[in-house]
Design a protein around this ligand. Sequence first.
Ligand SMILES: *Cc1c(COP(=O)(O)O)cnc(C)c1O
Length: 430
Amino acid sequence: MDRNQQLFDRARQVIPGGVNSPVRAFKAVGGTPRFVARAQGAYFWDANDKRYIDFIGSWGPMILGHGHPAVVEAVQKAVLEGFSFGAPTEREVELAEEILSLVPSMDMVRLVSSGTEAGMSAIRLARGATGRSKIIKFEGCYHGHADALLVKAGSGLATFGHATSAGVPAEVVQHTLVLEYNNVAQLEDAFALHGKELACLIIEPIAGNMNFVRASIPFVKRCRELCTEHGTMFVFDEVMTGFRVALGSAQSVYAKAIPGFAPDITVMGKVIGGGMPLAAFGGKRAVMEQLAPLGPVYQAGTLSGNPVATACGLATLREIRRPGFYEELGRKTQSFIRGLQGAADKAGVPFCGDSEGGMFGFFLFKDLPQNYATVMTTDNTRFNTLFHGLLDRGVYIAPALYEAGFMSAAHTEADIAEAVAAAADVFRLL
Ligand SMILES: *Cc1c(COP(=O)(O)O)cnc(C)c1O
């Protein structure tokens, strides 16, 4: 008796598609989603009590693995003190201080409940602070499901985007210009045409919503220069990469190659909540003081800075700042990708992969893609065979080829070896 299937059938009667976020439905890969019964460390167990090595970790937040004792203790303690007050708490101040101490580009931060909310608010702030309407985003980058961001490229640089979702009026996306990731020439043309009207440029510095594609150093450098030149806010969406790829987040990785590099506004989520609904956006004092109640840009939230979520986030951040945390995490991620590469090579399957800190991606190609169009040339059938082969063998990766993967501190070399052995098995079938 398949309990996952029973639950999925039941779920579909009462929840659209049986899920509360579309990618969970396995639509891209087919089959029955695994309903998670419980999780601990690097594993979760589904409704049939089958164990999986979890390389998703709630799509990034679970950097310590599931049920880390220090985090569980902090959450249990917080719960006993109350769930929500709608009034300020000391823990919000502590979490803000902790985040700012790790990411020096921000002087102030506002806490919210989801990455979508943080991204949407960051754009409102950029528009409010600059008095401009137009924004640039890149094809393949996801910044949450705010109306103005559900958009694909129009034809040519003079025409703005088309909505990718029903229910988004054309008027709402008419200010969003969608450009190709890592295309410097197109970026320069766009600024030449619209520079003085651009409120912000928003980017995923290491794009995890098209598997794993890095913005090249020259591309990020040019984005920074053009934004500065035109008075446009450079927004780094680090909802996925924040505290995931490095203690200083992706911006610290770019600052190593581009001296003095900093974005104007940073959007955070996922890891900073440690698995609880918590996200944030921040920047320089003068920009952040444009927000209500100090300034004219309105933004609010009943559950913002929730006392249980902040306890969970704080406990998580205190663990990841231990010396050597990211070195160890990065070493394991690299070892996993190297193992997969070796297994694919042996089976004669085209393969390439990349990683930074605890985030990784791999492709059934010879060379790493630089943009969304190339990512989407992946052979769906082969990816699905790989996905289901791994799933059968108790290894859980993202159920879509355009999603990144995540290592946690709880994964051991034995877990990695087990996952690589499973992959070696499946590669032989490809
Ligand atoms: C997950 C994600 C978001 C949206 O965050 P939610 O909490 O799902 O609303 C935004 N931007 C990036 C880069 C993300 O990975």
